[in-house]
Ligand binder design. Sequence first.
Ligand code: GLA
Length: 654
Amino acid sequence: MRAIIIPLIIGTVCLGADFVKLERLNLNKARQGWGAPQLGRSVIGRPLRVGGEEFKSGVGTHASGVILVELNGECERFRAKVGVDDETDGKGSVRFKLVADGRRVFQTDVVCGGDKPVTVDVDLQGVERLALVVSDAGDGMAYDHADWCEAEFITGPGLIEVRDLPREEREILTPSPPGEPRINGPRLYGVRPGSPLLFKIPATGERPMEFAVRGLPEDLVVDTDTGIITGCIESDEHKTYKVELIAENRLGRDSREFSIVVGDRIALTPPMGWNSWYVHEHRVTDEVMRAAADAMVNSGLADHGFQYVSIDDCWMNAEAHSDPSRVGPLRDENGDILPNSNFPDMKAMTEYIHSKGLKAGIYTSPGSRTCAGFCGSYGHEAQDAKRFADWGFDLLKYDWCSYTRIAKDNSREELKKPYALMGRILRKQDRDILLNICQYGMGKVWEWGAEVGGNSWRTTGDLGWSFEDIPQAMFRIGFGQNGLEKWAGPGHWNDPDYLLLGYISNWRGGTAMTPLSPNEQYTHVTLWCLLSAPLFLSGDITRLDPFTLGLLTNDEVLAVNQDPLGRQARRVSKDGDLEVWAKEMEDGSRAVGLFNRGPVAEYVTVHWPDIGINGVRRVRDLWRCEDIGEFEGKFEAVLPRHGTKLIRVFDEKK
Ligand code: GLA
C-alpha cells in the first residue's frame, strides 16, 4: 500500500486518496462535551500521549463526543490507537465506540487515564456513515481527554466528509383521536366502603356526547352530559361491580367494561394528574389551581384519564418569605393550619375541581417545616389530615424535608414512623386520600412503602433539581428503576418523580421549555408508562403545544401505564447504550420499550426469548398506533440518538 500525503484540504478529501488522516477532515461539525478537537494535539493542546507512548498524529477530543463521517461506501478500513491522554494524571474514564450505518462495529471496555492505547482496526467496506463515539463511561465527563491517535481511513477515490448530527424534529406521532366516541383511561377504580366516589369517564370524540353506565350500583349516579360518576357505596361489603361505560355522539357509540372495586385498596392503577411544583414553585395560588383544573378538561387531558390536580409546597404560611403574601400566622388559635392569602377558600377550590370530575391533591411535611420553609404538620398530624379531608382533598404528598431534625437516626424504624402514623390517620378519614410518600428513596422505601399505607413513593431525589441537568437526571433516574419492579402493584407504585414536559421553571424566576430533546421526551413518557409510574405532568398545563399534548394523550401508550395487571417493566437486556425493557400486560401481550441511550442512531433488538415468548408474533407500534407486521424470533429497529420505540407484542401466534 502506498502512503500518500494528502495536501491540506478543508472539508473533503480529493480523488485518489489512499490514506486519509482524521485530522485532515474539517472537524468543525464534530461534537464534544468540552473544548474543541485539536489536530495532532490533546484537547488542551499538549502532545498526544497515551499510556506512556507519544503520537505524532491524531485528534485530541473530550467526552462525550461524536464525529460523524460520511464515507459513501468508499472506505476500506479505519485504524487508530485510542485512549485517555496521559495529561490527566490517571484521571478520567471513557469508552470508544464505532457505529457503522447503525451497527456497532467496535467498542472498547472502559478505558482509564494511564491505560495503554487500544488498537482500532475495522473493516468498513460498503459503509455509508461511520460515527466515532466517545462516551463518559457513565461517571460524568471530568478529565475525559479522549485521544484518537494515528487515526486514519484507508479509502478509495470518493469524498470523506464530517457531517452534522441529524436534527431532532418535534414529530407528533400520536394520531388525532377520531370524532366517534372512544372511552379511554383505567379499566378499574378502587373505592373504600362509605367513601365518596368521583370518576369522570375519560372519552375522546366530538361533543355533545351522551354518557350512560349499565349496571351502575344504585348508590351511584352518572351525569349523562359530562360522564361524571358520583355517589357513595355505603355497604361494608367488599364487592366488585362490573359495569359497562357507554359514550355516544352523532357519529357513533363506544362501550367498555369497567370494574368498581369496593374494598380496602385504592389507586388500583397509577394515579394520573398534574402537580404545581415544577412550574409554579412558591408562586402557586387558588387561581393557578382553578386554571389547571380548567385546562385539564379544556386541553383534553381529562379525556385520556388525567384526574388529579395537586398543589405542591407553599400554599401555607411561612414566618418569613420573599413574597409577603405568603407570610402570616402558621396556625389559628385552635391549632388549625392556615392557608396563605393566595388561598382564600380551600373548600371552594376543591369543590371547583370536583365539579369538573377531577380530584384535588395537597402537600405537607411530617417535619415542622416543609422543604421550602412553610408550615409543616409535626405534632398536628391528625388535625391536619382531618382538615385536608374536610376541605375535600383526595391525595396527600407527604414530604420528609425538615423531619430529618426529628428522626433520631436513619434506621428503617425511624424512616417508617412518620409515614406509618399518617397512613393510619388517613385511613380514619371519611374519604379516600391517596398517600404519596416523598422521602427520596431513603431506607429502600419501596420495600416498606406499601406496608405503612403508601399508595406511591418517590424512589429518588428530585428529577428537576437543576434545569440544565434534567436530560441526564431523567436517564439516570428512569433507567435506574430496574430491580424495583417487584415492589410495585395495584394500590402501591414506585414514583420516579413528575413528567417534566412543556414549560417548566428554570429556577431563575421564569419558565422555559423543557430541556429534554424531542427524542428524550418520547423516552421519558415511554419509560414512565412502562414503569407503571404515577403520571403527573408538572409543566404548565395551561400552555400545552401540540407536540407536548401528543406526548400526553396517546391512549395506546397510556394503556401500558394503566394496565389492570399493574406490573412494572424490568430491563430484559442491556448492550452498552442499548436497552430493552418489558412488562407483561393483562391480556398476555408484552409492552416492550427499545431504547438507545447513545448519541448516534443504532439498531436495537428485542429477542423473543428475553421476554418469555417465541415464534411468530404480531407487533404493534404504540406511538403510531399501527400494526407493523409479524416478526419471528425477534424485532429490531434503528433508533435515533436518545430515542425509543414502544411496541406491543401480542401473545397469539399468527
Ligand atoms: C422536595 C420534593 C419536591 C417538592 C419540593 C417542594 O424537594 O422532593 O417534589 O415537593 O420539595 O419544596
